[in-house]
Ligand binder design. Structure first.
Ligand SMILES: [Zn+2]
Length: 263
């Protein structure tokens, strides 16, 4: 009996960690408790779970070649890394898209109002905090399908040429908007435009300071053009979770640098 008890006790934590890691690999978050599982792990003493989560989502471990295209494999992870070298499959559509209850710069239904549930819930909190501080933000564009991104890129390329289009708009499969974890945000002070001057407005400055508190990073930062492959976009926020957003912001890293450092 005693032997069994000792055995049981020594195996149980390992089994539990295994279950959490398996769940993180599949989902990256837990909607039951309302708290991101990654955050729960990072905030608690179970840092080994968090380390395992980052290791499983390391850039080098989450890429495969599909028909000659470098395709990411951790599609539904909250730290999925999508950029000019890492594509989402054309068929990928997040399974938990919802419309956050926040003000938009336009009215009427649109697929681009959607985000993944965990990002939508966090964005609602961010907007509530902005309102409390007297900051008037509006959401402009969230989820975008592969097909929509394809037509946007082709239109931009036909106007300004492919090379110029590639600096400001993503090729299909390379847009973070397809992950459902990103939102473009602007304010009346710049006519809800998505332009760099938004970064100089009080709304843009508030967003930069406060977004990480709710799990978002300014994904394409000033001076990070080389690392991200994109011009500065003070309007584009990406959900990664509160803990990781805090670390990335404090250390002034790109998401690429952060994930590479942790692998
Ligand atoms: Zn964007």
């Amino acid at each position: 009996m005693r032997m069994n008890g000792v055995k049981y006790k020594s195996i149980l934590p390992v089994v539990m960690i295994g279950l959490v890691v398996a769940s993180l690999m599949m989902n990256g978050f837990d909607t039951v408790s309302g708290m991101n599982q990654v955050e729960a792990a990072a905030a608690s003493s179970s840092s080994s779970t968090f380390t395992a989560f980052l290791a499983n989502n390391a850039p080098g471990r989450t890429l495969k070649y599909v028909n000659g295209v470098t395709t990411v494999t951790n599609l539904s992870s909250t730290v999925v890394l999508v950029n000019k070298k890492r594509n989402l499959p054309s068929h990928y559509v997040p399974q938990d898209l919802v419309i956050p209850q926040i003000p938009f710069s336009f009215s009427g239904p649109s697929p681009k109002k959607q985000m993944r549930k965990i990002a939508a819930t966090s964005l609602e909190k961010l907007f509530a905090a902005a309102k409390k501080d007297g900051i008037d933000l509006k959401a402009v564009s969230g989820y975008r399908s592969y097909a929509t991104q394809k037509s946007i890129f082709e239109r931009n390329a036909s106007i300004k040429g492919e090379a110029a289009a590639n600096k400001t708009s993503a090729r299909p499969g390379q847009s973070e908007h397809q992950t459902g974890l990103s939102m473009d945000i602007s304010s009346a002070s710049v006519g809800y435009a998505l332009e760099q001057s938004f970064g100089n407005t009080k709304e843009g400055k508030w967003l930069k300071v406060n977004a990480p508190k709710y799990g978002f990073i300014i994904r394409y930062g000033k001076g990070q053009e080389k690392g991200t492959g994109y011009s500065y976009e003070p309007w584009h926020v990406r959900y990664v979770g509160v803990f990781i957003a805090g670390e990335i912001t404090r250390q002034n890293l790109t998401l690429e640098q952060y994930l590479e450092k942790k692998q």
